[in-house]
Design a protein around this ligand. Structure first.
Ligand SMILES: [Fe+2]
Length: 388
């Protein structure tokens, strides 16, 4: 049975790979795809062998095709010239953006001297960008960015130390407990920061009570159970049911974290418009509050089936975005930040490892950049909400 399930998984992966191959112009793959699609019932040993042989042949052909194309690409100087032009244009665009950023930085920060050197270097450049020049510019930009971050953090720390802790009870509670750590299976239902009927007439007390005490509580219970079971798996080295518990942790975890945000996102004294930095950011990213609200409303209305609409901040793009999530559990926990990620799509390993994903994963550990993961952790771990 297990072998059948494994082979079925292999068939599934081969079909995905075959479809990609077909898109790239391989004519031979069609027959295999039809055969896999039309198969019913169990796979016999002969069939398994036969399929694997066919895949091997196709794989060899795909490799040849790939190599031929590579050779063609390197031979096509015309094409590479147009690529080069495009590349130069792209870097010019980067230079333009980095210049704008540099000007802003020069106004705000204590690193004015360094920023000015950088701006002068950019302004004085003429002609094409060589690889060395690009490296130099990127190195300078990275160093400046680090410096700006340091300055920014020092400013923030100073502000934190001097600010009145807060006059709002909720904020105070949030700050007081920000260093709590929830151990595996130790989540609790957060109390609502207002009475159940406080949001009436917009949201009825009865509905709030049910939503909070039944639905949210069941997410908390489910998450605790999943975390404990995963902890047990680590202790016993028995990962047979891991995917099930990961799925449970994603479903209940997202449920718990999103509802926690949701309760605090509402207040009886709510409505109106945001202010300050958020207002400016919304205007910059969506045009106006009205446009933002329209987009968010449409996103919420159009969620297929069950789910959420979310306004999110992208630490990568440095801007706001509106997202939908159908259900919420597709093996993720919203409100978490990825630190270390491994691509296990076939395109990441198939050319070299064929279907041996495990070999790819084992080798991959040799190239993990822990310094980068450390940097991401250092930044991400500064963000702490009150623990539940
Ligand atoms: Fe809900």
């Amino acid at each position: 049975m297990e072998q059948q399930a494994q082979f079925q998984q292999y068939v599934h992966e081969v079909m995905e790979w075959g479809k990609q191959l077909r898109e790239e112009g391989s004519a031979d793959v069609e027959e295999l795809l039809v055969r896999l699609k039309q198969h019913e019932g169990e796979w016999s040993e002969e069939e398994i062998y036969d399929i694997q042989m066919t895949v091997d042949v196709l794989y060899e052909k795909a490799m040849q095709l790939f190599q031929e194309r590579n050779e063609q690409m390197t031979g096509q100087t015309e094409e590479s010239t147009s690529e080069k032009v495009e590349w130069q244009t792209q870097f010019q665009q980067y230079v333009h953006e980095v210049t704008e950023w540099g000007k802003q930085l020069a106004q705000q920060s204590g690193a004015r001297g360094e920023v000015e050197d950088f701006l002068v270097r950019l302004a004085q450049h003429e002609g094409e960008w060589t690889e060395e020049a690009i490296c130099e510019i990127q190195g300078m930009a990275d160093a400046l960015y680090e410096r700006a971050l340091q300055l920014y953090q020092t400013e923030e720390e100073l502000e934190e130390k001097t600010a009145d802790v807060t006059d709002e009870a909720i904020d105070e509670e949030m700050l007081r407990q920000e260093h709590d750590r929830i151990s595996a299976g130790g989540h609790t239902l957060p109390p609502l920061p207002y009475r159940y009927d406080a949001l009436e007439p917009h949201i009825s007390g009865e509905m709030m009570q049910l939503h909070h005490t039944k639905h949210h509580q069941s997410y908390v219970d489910g998450l605790n159970k999943a975390e404990k079971m995963m902890q047990k798996a680590r202790e016993t080295n028995d990962y047979e049911l891991l995917t099930h518990w990961e799925r449970e942790a994603a479903f209940h975890g997202s449920g718990h974290y999103l509802h926690t945000i949701f309760w605090y996102n509402m207040t009886p004294k709510g409505g109106g418009e945001p202010q300050g930095a958020l207002l400016e950011q919304i205007k910059a990213d969506f045009g106006s509050i009205a446009r933002f609200k329209q987009h968010f409303t449409e996103a919420a209305k159009k969620v297929e089936g069950v789910g959420w609409a979310l306004l999110v901040w992208s630490p990568r793009a440095h801007r706001l975005e509106i997202l939908q999530t159908e259900k919420h559990q597709f093996m993720t926990q919203w409100d978490t930040i990825p630190l270390l990620v491994l691509d296990v799509w076939e395109h990441a390993y198939y050319l070299q490892y064929k279907n041996d994903r495990a070999a790819y994963i084992n080798s991959w550990w040799n190239v993990v950049n822990w310094r980068d993961v450390e940097r991401r952790f250092e930044q991400a771990s500064k963000l702490r909400w009150k623990a539940f």
